[in-house]
Design a protein around this ligand. Sequence first.
Ligand code: HEM
Length: 146
Amino acid sequence: MRMSTIAAAMLATVVTAATATGASAQMMQKTLYERLGGTTAITAVVDDFVGNVAADKRINGFFAHTDIARLKFNLVQQICQGTGGPCFYTGRDMKTAHAGMGVRSKHFNALVQDLGKTLKKFKVPAKEQGELVAILAPMKKDIVTR
Ligand code: HEM
């Protein structure tokens, strides 16, 4: 009787330890935000990306009257939040922000290409590039209106 109580206690310890190991392994899984390098890296990426957009004749006309500092701030917050970071996006929703602009698929693809250039320049691994694009791609339906 005494032995079985000890055995049960030992088993409980093993089970608890295994559960704890499992839980910590899960907690050690870094968010995309962390793997990208946090707010500092995301800010650098957004700066370079918006620079590419500003130089891109295919789409820079859309941004002629845009407050670029505000756009960059909103993009950083949006990407930070979307990748699991400690930010809260306070900008407009994508449908409202892009309403009436007449953005076409070709414009959207050009912008994604400009982002790709930046991610390549910053040596963001393919896995993280894919994860970021997968977060942004579903927004296309709210941004492309014709
Ligand atoms: C996944 C792709 C895109 C994302 C994540 C995105 C994100 C954003 C965000 C966060 C803002 C700021 C919203 C605010 O000010 O409240 C914004 C504004 C803007 N976006 Fe996009 N955008 C995307 C695609 C595009 C494309 C393809 C174009 C045109 C080629 C475009 C043109 C603009 C312009 C011109 C503004 C400024 C609007 C203004 O100043 O009122 N965006 N976008």
